[in-house]
Design a protein around this ligand. Structure first.
Ligand SMILES: NC(=O)c1ccc[n+]([C@@H]2O[C@H](COP(=O)([O-])OP(=O)(O)OC[C@H]3O[C@@H](n4cnc5c(N)ncnc54)[C@H](OP(=O)(O)O)[C@@H]3O)[C@@H](O)[C@H]2O)c1
Length: 434
């Protein structure tokens, strides 16, 4: 850290959009004064990289705006680089350069950290600088700090999260207002909870990146985005949400990270959550993360998982944490690799909800049951609703390894009596995750 006591700590910003402007506003407001009183150090915004420097940003001195990354990366007075631009490259090469030249880095970039986090941590460790990324998972909720510091010795065994606010809002609206998936998505876009291109959110990639980061920290292991199989909510229909309700469940897009006999299992998919479960109560755009360990039992953190000021709060906290970290302390960029293997997703056991649209004629249920039986899958509950020529067959299956349910699903989909691709959703609890 190049700052000397008494001199302001200069922060260079890479990006000044929703989050970057939140950081500038926060430091210019009462938070800046509070930080100075509490830490004895004044944080000062230095050069700010954007694509279009001619466009004014509220509260940002136009003289600080630049389109030249050199003005941030090559400025020896910049002690901390805050990356809030997004994308993989150029941020990756710029952040490596910043770390190697003695600048600490704070980033909100989940896609970058979930792919290249270990490489960046190694660069920080080698150069004696710091890398922080609290805002990359669940924005304002201080889950990484809690896992990394408060629960370091708690031996976390499971992290279960609603880590994407857009999909949680859509699922809440589908249940509360009976909207179709498409109408609930349109409403989320109207209210600013979903981007014009919502693919990353509704397809599950955003949640998978966050779960890779949380699992790495919780289990002291290297979990990359590519290790996390994910599925989004875009194939869900209002009738699945209603049927689940009738069976006593709420549908949520969950991230599930588990230690199963020493191996790591992380995945993201729509999940049936029992109505009485504490995650079932998290509605609207909120995020929640449930941490489980035999030491502390259950700890749940809930709050906003997005937003300019909310995310800025985590970024400013990371800058402060860097200022308060002593050289060589145990929080100093540990690579955190306990060498755990990654469990193949198909070996994970779970109960499942299965909805089939079938020909409404005698013998079909028996045929379905025999296919399931041959694949080693047994039925816990079944509800049949006839609608003339077609019937809905909704089942909850007993806990089974995913590979068997997948095999049964392929065989069922090929039957002449089955009229649409089966919808299969894991159920939380009851054998899930081993
Ligand atoms: N928004 C949230 O609620 C939220 C929550 C958690 C994490 N994050 C993460 O925070 C990061 C920023 O998000 P945001 O919502 O603030 O994005 P944003 O509003 O789109 O802002 C991006 C900023 O980066 C600048 N930028 C982008 N590419 C650039 C390039 N190649 N060269 C120079 N400047 C470039 C843009 O410049 P111009 O202004 O000139 O276009 C803009 O100022 C992302 O990684 C995002 O995933 C966001």
């Amino acid at each position: 850290m190049s700052a000397v006591s008494g001199a302001p700590v200069r922060i260079g910003l890479l990006g000044c959009g929703t989050v970057g402007q939140g950081v500038v506003r926060m430091l210019a407001g009462t938070a800046g004064a509070t930080i100075e009183r509490a830490s004895g150090q004044r944080l000062e915004v230095g050069p700010v990289l954007v694509r279009d420097a001619a466009r004014p940003r509220p509260g940002v001195d136009p003289a600080l705006l630049t389109t030249d990354p050199e003005r941030v990366l090559g400025d020896p007075s910049v002690a901390v680089v805050v990356e809030v631009m997004g994308g993989i490259d150029p941020p990756m090469s710029w952040l490596l350069r910043a770390l190697r030249s003695g600048k600490s880095v704070v980033t909100a970039n989940k896609q970058l950290i979930s792919r290249h986090g270990s490489e960046l941590l190694r660069a920080a460790q080698e150069s004696g600088t710091e890398l922080r990324f609290e805002a990359s998972a669940c924005a304002a909720i201080p889950v990484i700090k809690v896992l990394r510091e408060s629960l370091l010795a708690a031996e976390i065994e499971a992290v279960t999260g609603i880590v994407n606010g857009t999909t949680n809002f859509i699922l809440t609206e589908m249940r509360r207002s009976g909207l179709s998936y498409a109408d609930a998505l349109a409403r989320a876009q109207e209210l600013g909870y979903a981007e014009a291109d919502p693919t990353e959110d509704v397809g599950g990639a955003d949640a998978a990146a966050k779960m890779a980061i949380l699992a790495s920290i919780a289990f002291h292991s290297r979990v990359l985005l590519g290790d996390v199989p994910y599925e989004g909510i875009d194939r869900l229909q209002a009738e699945d949400v209603d049927m689940a309700h009738d069976l006593g469940f709420v549908v949520k897009l969950l991230g599930l990270a588990r230690l199963v006999e020493g191996a790591v299992s992380v995945r993201v998919h729509p999940t049936l959550v029992p109505a009485g479960h504490r995650l079932a109560a998290i509605g609207g755009p909120d995020n929640a993360v449930l941490l489980e360990s035999s030491t502390v039992r259950e700890i749940m953190l809930v709050g906003p998982g997005a937003g300019g000021t909310e995310t800025a709060s985590a970024i400013v906290a990371d800058v402060l944490s860097i200022l308060g970290t002593h050289r060589g302390s145990f929080l100093h960029n540990a690579l955190a690799d306990a060498g755990r293997p990654i469990l193949p997703p198909d070996e994970v056991q779970s109960a499942f909800y299965m909805r089939l649209v079938v020909a409404d004629r005698p013998g079909v249920l028996a045929l379905v049951a025999s296919v399931l039986g041959e694949e080693g899958v047994s039925i816990r509950t079944v509800v049949q609703r006839g609608q003339g020529v077609e019937a809905r067959l909704v089942m909850v299956l007993h806990p089974t390894p995913g590979v068997r349910v997948r095999a049964a699903t392929v065989r069922l989909a090929a039957l002449e009596e089955v009229r649409e691709d089966p919808v299969v959703i894991p159920v939380l609890g009851s054998g899930e995750g081993g």
